[in-house]
Design a protein around this ligand. Structure first.
Ligand code: DC
Length: 225
């Protein structure tokens, strides 16, 4: 390696595009930290429900996000000392997190915390607005995509999302996914968008190892620049 500069790698894209698997593997190969920002929105939504706070109450939800102590390293998802890694992958939290993520003040609070995680570089951050809003100057920006059918299939087969989904039909998963995509792409604040300088990688029918190698190639190229 010609440089040891610790880069910021932004990975955005819709649900089921493979961001989690790819971001985790790329971070591990580079020895970088991996942060799943979707898990932050989910954990805040979980905490709101747990405290019987209405997810429509923007100020109350933002206060939860501001005070929260997150532990997001090495695949852990904990908020204020409670392990919620499993509890946040349910259809209820899918919907609650989408509602929480619409609030501008919640986004402001969580984006500030995401920027702090990446302040020293050496990070692979995945989400919806990492290359557009959180780190518009990220060293490498990837937008992962896949056909809606493939994304629904992957989501239905993902054991991490199995809680409470037993017996859910693929068509139900596809409908719920399409609804969330619509919400994430049409919301007023930081909608899911492709950054002008992002490299779009379509993962439909592509083995995940190939996608990981492609992203690592882009990072290596950037390191050599
Ligand atoms: O990636 P995910 O499904 O775990 O994300 C949960 C919700 O949070 C989803 O509705 C998209 C939203 N989100 C967001 O708005 N911005 C991010 N950076 C990450 C997730």
């Amino acid at each position: 390696m010609s440089s040891t500069r610790a880069l910021i790698v932004a990975i955005d894209g819709p649900s089921g595009a493979g961001k989690g698997t790819v971001a985790r593997a790329v971070a591990s190969r580079l020895g970088y930290r991996h942060i799943d920002t979707g898990a932050m929105y989910r954990a805040v939504a979980w905490k709101a429900r747990h405290q019987r706070v209405d997810v429509a109450d923007e100020a109350a939800v933002a206060a939860i996000g501001e005070r929260a102590i997150f532990d997001l390293d090495d695949g852990r998802v904990a908020i204020d000392g409670t392990d919620v890694a499993k509890a946040i992958r349910t259809p209820e939290i899918d919907a609650a997190a989408t509602a929480v993520a619409r609030h501008p003040s919640v986004r402001r609070v969580l984006v500030a915390r995401q920027r702090a995680y990446g302040a020293d570089g050496g990070i692979v951050m995945e989400g919806r607005d990492i290359g557009t809003v959180v780190f518009p100057d990220a060293d490498v920006k990837i937008y992962l995509d896949a056909s809606p059918e493939e994304r629904a299939r992957r989501r239905a087969a993902d054991p991490a999302h199995a809680t409470g989904t037993t017996g859910r039909q693929l068509s139900e998963v596809a409908t719920a996914l399409a609804e969330r995509d619509r919400n994430d792409s049409t919301r007023a604040t930081s909608p899911l968008m492709i950054a002008d300088d992002a490299v779009v990688v379509d993962t439909t029918g592509v083995p995940v190892e190939r996608v990981i190698d492609r992203v690592l190639e882009l990072v290596e190229k950037r390191i050599r620049m």
